[in-house]
Design a protein around this ligand. Structure first.
Ligand code: HEC
Ligand code: HEC
Length: 432
């Protein structure tokens, strides 16, 4: 709620809900509960009169602001409100008001222009409230979609790689891994229109014309088999459309069904005499450094030993490299590797995760780990036959996105050259 009554005041003329809002706003300013109740009663009395409030509002607002500034009591403000509502009511007029005048106390800000408000006011609600006029059919939508959306969401809204799938998934909602798409899951069509209009295409949000958004929305319905390809969506028939999962959401009834179960009187008997705080979690370091010993920490030793004990005859160079590694550096690299281990594994049982397994990476061709789906740049580097050495690795790890433009590795990079040396040594200890 706004700070001064002045800025509460004008919107309040638009409806009683906001008058009530004013009451709550005031409540946070340390008025007593009784006074608030009383104010609400008074507000309720004003309720009937508030419906068509308007034009003398600004003059009245100024008056009211003076009153507020002068520290007049609550009674006087309510009286002012009543008077203002009564006079505004008699003058009639449109329901929209300009934005608040600058706060007279602080002198900050200015009145927002109607255009500025319109630019913010893009929301579309269930039933289509807030939609601009326009229309578009699924057939047109297919073209617009192919041009603007298919690169990520697929020609048929089926989703490319990991980009969201927008179609299908019907009857999977009760499964362990439900496919929640616009078609199978979203209860309101307005969400589709609003979402696309507001935030897509990803990276070029709000570049679409309303007709395009209608057409795309129609096409997404078509790709979900919910309409035919000649289906035209417009502001006129929008509200009629019912989504597949419209009944799949329920009103949250936990306040009645669950809260009472958990909100019983707390036991206050037989309490300890005194309770002291002995340590703060941040100091205690509740996440131990050696966490993850089950996978990372124990493995390197084992592999390291294996590699040293049974050098493969085809790769004597690798053996020398391993043997020459500084154990301290490797140990340090193991710590640095924690930054990588969310996505990469090393060691005997290493698997491809978000990133490829990195055993033997130094000396290996770029993008050549079996079974991993690389990005285009990495596939291209593999075709060129580029090979990882310490220097390439250092450049890559300093700024992955700069060195391999288009890489899918979402990692900002390692700032300290010493960390890079260490992690490279650590990787080398797994062959390569
Ligand atoms: C560059 C890739 C890209 C392009 C192009 C793109 N999107 Fe998206 N889209 C995304 C990503 C990423 C998300 C998920 C965003 C999130 O969850 O925050 C998404 C989410 C969506 C969703 C919500 C899906 C869900 O189930 O939550 C819809 C609907 C959608 N996009 C429609 C479109 C339409 C229509 C276009 C073309 C006008 C488009 N997108 C273009 C990447 C893209
Ligand atoms: C958020 C996940 C993530 C993190 C964190 C991450 N990587 Fe990666 N990494 C990937 C992905 C994904 C790829 C595949 C890149 C591609 O296909 O564009 C990759 C590729 C690589 C490659 C190339 C592999 C090959 O076969 O050519 C190396 C080397 C690598 N990462 C090392 C590291 C190191 C070292 C760290 C930590 C300092 C690290 N990564 C952190 C996800 C990650």
């Amino acid at each position: 709620m706004s700070k001064s009554l002045n800025s509460i005041f004008i919107p309040a003329l638009g409806g009683v809900a906001l008058l009530l809002g004013a009451a709550y706003g005031l409540s946070s300013r340390d008025y007593g509960r009784d006074q608030i109740d009383m104010l609400q009663d008074r507000v309720a009395q004003v309720e009937g009169q508030a419906a068509t409030a308007r034009s003398e509002a600004e003059a009245e607002a100024a008056k009211s602001a003076e009153l507020a500034a002068a520290g007049s009591d609550l009674e006087a403000r309510v009286a002012e409100l009543e008077a203002a509502v009564a006079s505004a009511r008699s003058s009639g007029g449109s329901m929209t008001q300009g934005a608040p005048q600058p706060d007279t106390k602080t002198g900050l800000g200015r009145t927002a222009l109607p255009e500025e408000i319109a630019a913010w006011d893009v929301d579309v609600r269930p039933g289509g409230i807030g939609l601009p006029e326009g229309r578009g059919d699924a057939y047109t939508g297919e073209e617009v979609f192919a041009e603007n959306c298919a690169i990520c969401h697929g020609d048929f809204a089926e989703g490319v790689d990991n980009w969201p799938v927008l179609a299908g998934g019907f009857d999977t909602l009760a499964d362990k891994d439900p496919v929640k798409t616009v078609g199978s899951y979203w209860p309101y069509l307005s969400t589709v229109w609003d979402y696309v209009n507001r935030s897509m295409p990803f990276g070029a949000a709000q570049t679409l014309e309303p007709d395009d958004v209608y057409a795309i929305t129609a096409y997404i319905l078509y790709s979900n088999d919910l309409v035919d390809d000649d289906f035209e969506l417009s502001h006129e028939n929008f509200a009629e459309f019912e989504m597949y999962n419209k009944d799949g959401f329920i009103v949250d009834d936990r306040a009645e069904t669950e809260y009472p179960i958990w909100r019983t009187e707390p036991c206050m008997e037989n309490c300890k005499d005194s309770v002291e705080i002995t340590m703060h979690a941040s100091v205690l370091d509740v996440t131990p450094e050696e966490e993850g010993a089950d996978q990372g920490a124990a493995m390197p030793e084992a592999t390291h030993d294996d590699a040293a004990a049974e050098p493969t005859s085809e790769e004597p160079a690798a053996e020398t490299a391993v043997a020459a590694l500084d154990p301290e550096l490797v140990a340090k690299g193991e710590k640095v590797f924690k930054k990588c281990s969310a996505c990469h594994q090393v060691g005997d049982s290493a698997k491809n995760k978000t990133g490829p397994a990195l055993n033997g990476i130094i000396g290996q061709t770029f993008g050549s780990v079996d079974g991993f789906k690389y990005s285009k740049v990495f596939r291209a580097a593999a075709e060129e036959g580029r090979v990882w050495d310490a220097a390439e690795m250092a450049e890559f790890l300093t700024k992955p996105k700069a060195y391999m433009k288009g890489t899918r590795m979402s990692f900002a990079g390692l700032k300290k050259p010493a960390d890079i040396d260490a992690v490279t040594a650590y990787l080398q200890s797994f062959g390569g």
